[in-house]
Design a protein around this ligand. Structure first.
Ligand SMILES: *Cc1c(COP(=O)(O)O)cnc(C)c1O
Length: 342
């Protein structure tokens, strides 16, 4: 059986695949715009003020992507020959093409990440270097919330803050999915951001905007970040159309993240009992299912693709729920997987 043209594609590869809704496109079409490099775009200025306020920081900066937002944050915190301490499968180390090292001469000190997405505090403490000419200067600790969908435990980031203060380090939080963490945990974005000096928030993931990330922090840090943004490509002129999409998302797409989390819970519950699936986990909007082998994982995904269902992974398959995934799609996905596996 191949994918019928009447049934919508079910794309569970990532929450980045969402398309702007009609209402979001209307908001974009109506946006007041100006030249942002002159500071003249009213929609961007309003968005930056709003995001800073939401995170209870002094200032904010709109950037095209989360990767660029994280890069500019690292460049703003660290000088050439400085070091940031980071989880070895956090985005700021593993998935950003080594940008901080290549463009900033910033040395990463990666370390294994715990099962709950945190860094081991004793290892972290050991890896902070003393002031000695043999070593790079430890400058920054980089965290990630959510990591693999997991919400960072409430007290962890406070303990990292204490350690950072003892050693005179800054803390950067990659909060690509911070709104998922807020909705899932009942903490506000300000509470989740409190212990960090800077936070990068993606608007093209669960929030459903077509692009854009916002970096928040002190006025001084954001001033430096603005200069670094210029050096890595510059401002985006009339990008108020993007800011308007993001503002629309802030108005309409935050509370509904609970639906994504509920859909993920249901996927997990219904998939974990199927024969052929040997383990399954769920956190916020991410479900991971494991098959008996890489071959079986790849075969399942190839069969699903023929039926108009896109997933990502090998033996372990990641399923991400989002704005464009409906309850009916969850039903169709589970019944299709059951049929293919039987
Ligand atoms: C997606 C993601 C980013 C980067 O965002 P892009 O907009 O894709 O560059 C950073 N950190 C985490 C944890 C992410 O999931």
């Amino acid at each position: 059986m191949s994918h019928s043209k009447h049934e919508p594609l079910i794309d569970l590869r990532s929450d980045t695949v969402t398309r702007p809704t009609d209402a979001m496109r209307d908001a974009m079409a109506r946006a007041d715009v100006g030249d942002d490099v002159f500071g003249d775009d009213p929609s961007i200025n309003r968005l930056e003020a709003r995001m800073a306020d939401l995170a209870d920081k002094e200032a904010a900066l709109l950037l095209p992507t989360g990767t660029q937002s994280n890069l500019v944050a690292l460049l703003s915190h660290c000088q050439r020959g400085d070091e940031y301490l980071v989880g070895q499968n956090y985005h700021t180390y593993y998935y950003e093409a080594g940008g901080a090292a290549v463009l900033g001469s910033i040395q990463p000190q990666p370390m294994p990440v715990e099962a709950d997405g945190t860094l081991p505090l004793d290892t972290l403490a050991q890896m902070i270097k003393p002031d000695d000419s043999h070593f790079a200067r430890s400058r920054l600790i980089a965290l990630e919330n959510t990591h693999g969908g997991r919400v960072m435990p409430r007290d962890f980031i406070g303990r990292v803050r204490q350690l950072a203060d003892q050693h005179g380090l800054n803390v950067h939080l990659d909060g690509a999915r911070l709104f998922n963490a807020a909705v899932a945990s009942g903490q506000s974005v300000a509470e989740l951001s409190q212990a960090a000096d800077s936070v990068s928030i993606c608007c093209s993931k669960g929030l459903g905007a077509p692009m854009g990330s916002v970096l928040v922090g002190s006025a001084e840090l954001i001033k430096q970040a603005r200069r670094w943004r210029k050096m890595v490509g510059g401002g985006m002129r009339q990008a108020g159309i993007i800011a308007a999409a993001i503002e629309h998302a802030l108005d309409h797409h935050i509370d509904r993240l609970a639906d994504d989390h509920a859909n993920a819970e249901r996927l997990h519950a219904e998939l974990s009992v199927l024969p052929g699936i040997i383990s399954a986990t769920v956190n916020t909007n991410m479900v991971y299912i494991e098959l008996e082998s890489q071959d079986k994982g790849l075969a399942l995904q190839a069969d699903l693709k023929e039926r108009g269902i896109l997933t990502a992974g090998g033996q372990k398959i990641r399923l991400v729920t989002h704005l464009d995934i409906t309850g009916d799609m969850i039903d169709r996905f589970v019944s299709t997987v059951a049929e293919v596996l039987s």
